[in-house]
Design a protein around this ligand. Sequence first.
Ligand code: KG4
Ligand code: ZN
Length: 336
Amino acid sequence: MKVLGIETTCDETAASVVIDGKQILSNVIATQIPMHTKYGGVIPELASREHSMKIIPVIDQALSEANTILSEIDLIAVANGPGLIGPLLIGLTTAKALSLSLQIPFVGVNHIKAHIYAAFMGNDSIKLPALGLIVSGGHTALVEIISPDEIYLISQTADDAIGEAFDKVAKNLGLPYPGGPHIEKLAKQGNPKAFSFSCGQVKKDPLMFSFSGLKTAVVYTLRDLEQSNKPIPKEDIAASFQHVAFNDLILKTKRALAKCNYKSILFGGGVTNSLKLREMFNESNFGIDLYWPERNLTLDNGAMIAGLGYQQYLTQGPDDFNLKPSPRIPFLKRNH
Ligand code: KG4
Ligand code: ZN
């Protein structure tokens, strides 16, 4: 089955053609980051306008790079949430219009679940059930993966998402948006033990995350150094913050593994772009296989949407035209 995947949840307009959920023929991503960097974050109205201008050229490019024409597409998969309402509407409306005019089915895909599906692409031998760690700009969660389209929440963040904390700390260090890659680069020259920051622990649930206290501690440290006119060791601050945040992910992943016998661990979301994160996890002796998305599939992209859309179509069939964009989609816990 040839699937066209469309992703417009935030600040990337993306389209991809994927065969049978695995074989990526094209993966085109038009990023809006340079436009939003000027404002220090994503401006939803500007994002919507940019998506509406880019969506058709990006789909055209994805088709031509895949050596395909529209009439050869069997299914349209579109991210219908979570994300920004305006950008979501543009992707979803485009998908519905294509589905109607081509007389082919379409499916709406949860883009956070698709981030995890990215780790399935190219890996045929993943043993299930698996533990999943989702680390993106809007989400931080541990999930239980029964199959690519059956995923349940174990725990999430009580406050900020980890990517959000990276972006806010970066802003305070004077680094551009999105901050994650800039912190990673700066941290390479710093000492991760220079500052003893710590992550929040949530009393009622030791598997939950909390990054807002860590973020505030970094901001206060910067303010105190500035006020006392001391030199600001930005590299050490970046390295210490990054080290503490990633160590907390490792700690909670280990706690989740101790509670239940998972056969592998899958990672998804923009923060998995970090080579430091991969290195720290890979060195942590989990005793089971770890699966990371290819680095071209870590940020928002259409291939993971096409991939999961295909799996979803096989198990649940198509969606109908009443499907709405969902800015928030709560993850469900499993009823044991
Ligand atoms: O998954 P994604 O593209 O968008 C959402 O669905 O949120 O994730 C974007 C997030 C941003 O917060 C960005 O700063 C973070 O991923 N990120 C990183 C790195 N690369 C991207 N965070 C830490 N280190 C990185 N190298
Ligand atoms: Zn995302």
